[in-house]
Design a protein around this ligand. Structure first.
Ligand SMILES: Cc1ncc(COP(=O)(O)O)c(C=O)c1O
Length: 493
């Protein structure tokens, strides 16, 4: 080991936040502060049976020795500094409200009301919240659409170049890298396009927190020059649900504005369980990332190889990169089930209820599975066995043309009315069948993955109405509709 590696390992073995929590618990002070359960003394019996008491003893508020998330000067500052070093950032913020709050903060920190920002049309709904709060005006670039897989990927450098040439006053660009299905665009080319115009690239890297730690994974966005990256540490590494990070480098974004934005939107009572889990997850992946991810990548390879042998299944891969999509995170497994003559939702139900397997994301034609450092060979064996059962039971060699519609893609990158204006506009509810041609007041998503089918401020088209009806009938859960039964839609009055 070289001396710089040695130094890295020595510093990364520390866990300042976890250490401070252990010390604080050992003090056994009598608590006259929040939370009301007083380190587990006041929890309900069923809750104690479910979770045990230990976690509650660490569920402490911002005590003097535990620092302050919004003005870090002690153990949180130290833990964030170690995270920045591990993830290759100049500064890192711990987030307790998921990547969701990091994405909102990224937009608030880079756009003033009326400023233009370029985003892919299939952006996560948290970015729409960022647009509403900031008043930034979106330019939605249609992502590359793969009709075979019915998947929208991300912005290509060519489509970005065109929109930047048409709009010389864009203030920021946001991309999703990787997509939910692990597909990665040419981030270096996108970085170059934004930087030559002096504007920052914000990356929703919610699904890419592991990239930094293994050379066989796609390169992480910061290493390619992105200014800001938001990662859901909880999605792919060992942190607890919601625990996420925002990383920053360079001088195009003011770090103080990030801090101010996060103060505006995050809870003033951050959970130390979440914060400590970020400290632990960072230490684990920094010290053991190579070996943990070697194992994960090998498990994924086995799953891909064996599932692709099962009749009726095909697996998303990028053996032949297309357009500007060069990389695939192979730990993200997307299985196409069209030849089983079942929708992804139907397969999901059978897997979950009858075969003991729970997928991450079912869609109409396929299901996505996350294989991570937490999975074992036993999990992979069960997944393969379950799909063998499905293949034997449902494979239909002459599958007729698949009857489902494709995700609707709007014609124009410029929504007629901004998300913010729409949010504050006077609206009315109209019958679903009479909503054609009206402007949507709702952000309607099928969830997961939280990709908007209809944005606030967009025109309701025939294709959208048809798509909504069909995916609802097929069992997708639609969120964001003011009328959950979808008999009426909220439109601008
Ligand atoms: C692409 C993408 N970005 C952002 C988010 C939000 O992340 P979080 O759940 O950590 O708030 C998600 C959540 O699924 C996502 O898929």
């Amino acid at each position: 080991m070289t001396s710089s590696q040695n130094k890295f390992f020595n510093s990364q073995s520390k866990m300042p936040l976890i250490g401070a929590l252990i010390k604080s618990i050992a003090q056994k002070n009598v608590a006259f502060h929040t939370p009301g359960h007083k380190q587990g003394q006041g929890i309900s019996q069923p809750l104690e049976r479910l979770l045990g008491k230990t976690a509650f003893t660490a569920d402490l508020p911002e005590l003097p020795e535990l620092d302050n998330l919004f003005a870090p000067s002690g153990v949180i500052k130290k833990a964030q500094k170690l995270a920045a070093e591990a993830f290759g950032a100049e500064q890192t913020w711990f987030l307790v409200d998921g990547s969701t709050c990091g994405i909102v903060a990224a937009i608030l920190a880079t756009c003033n009301p009326g400023d233009k920002i370029v985003l892919p049309r299939n952006i996560h709904q948290s970015a729409i919240a960022g647009l509403i709060l900031s008043g930034a005006v979106p330019i939605f670039v249609s992502p590359y659409y793969d009709p075979l897989w019915d998947l929208s990927y991300s912005i290509t450098p060519n489509s970005l170049k065109q929109v930047l040439e048409e709009n010389s006053d864009v203030k920021a660009v946001m991309v999703v890298y990787p997509t939910y299905h692990g597909v990665c665009s040419d981030i270096k080319a996108i970085v170059d396009l934004t930087h030559c115009r002096g504007i920052p690239l914000l990356v929703d890297e919610a699904h890419g927190g592991h990239f930094t730690f293994h050379q066989d994974l796609p390169p992480c966005a910061l290493s390619m020059g992105a200014d800001l990256s938001v990662q859901s540490t909880h999605k792919v590494l060992g942190a607890m649900t919601q625990a996420s990070m925002l990383h920053l480098q360079g001088t195009r974004i003011d770090p103080q504005r990030i801090s101010r934005a996060l103060q505006l939107i995050e809870s003033t009572s951050p959970s130390y369980l979440l914060l400590a889990s970020l400290d632990g997850a960072r230490q684990q992946i920094a010290l053991q990332g190579k070996e943990l991810l070697d194992k994960t990548i090998e498990l994924s390879r086995k799953a891909r190889q064996e599932l692709s042998q099962i009749q009726g299944l095909s697996i998303l891969d990028l053996k032949e990169p297309f357009d500007s999509f060069y990389y695939l995170d192979t730990t993200r497994l997307t299985v196409n089930v069209t030849a089983l003559k079942l929708s992804g939702f139907e397969v999901d139900k059978i897997l979950h209820k009858q075969l003991g397997i729970t997928a991450e994301l079912p869609m109409l034609r396929h299901l996505a599975f996350i294989i991570s450092i937490g999975n074992t060979i036993d999990d992979i064996t069960k997944l393969i066995a379950a799909f063998q059962v499905l293949g034997n039971a449902y494979y239909c060699p002459h599958t007729p043309t698949f009857p489902y519609p494709h995700l609707p893609v709007p014609q124009s990158p410029y929504p007629p009315i901004s998300p913010r204006e729409t949010f504050f506009a006077v609206t009315e509810m109209v019958d679903f069948n009479y909503s054609l041609g009206r402007i949507s007041g709702d952000l309607i998503c099928s969830y997961p993955p939280g990709i908007p089918i209809l944005m606030p401020g967009e025109e309701i088209t025939n294709h959208i109405l048809e798509y909504l009806q069909i995916v609802l009938a097929l069992g997708a859960s639609i969120t964001g509709c003011s009328d959950p039964h979808l008999q009426k839609l909220k439109v601008l009055a």
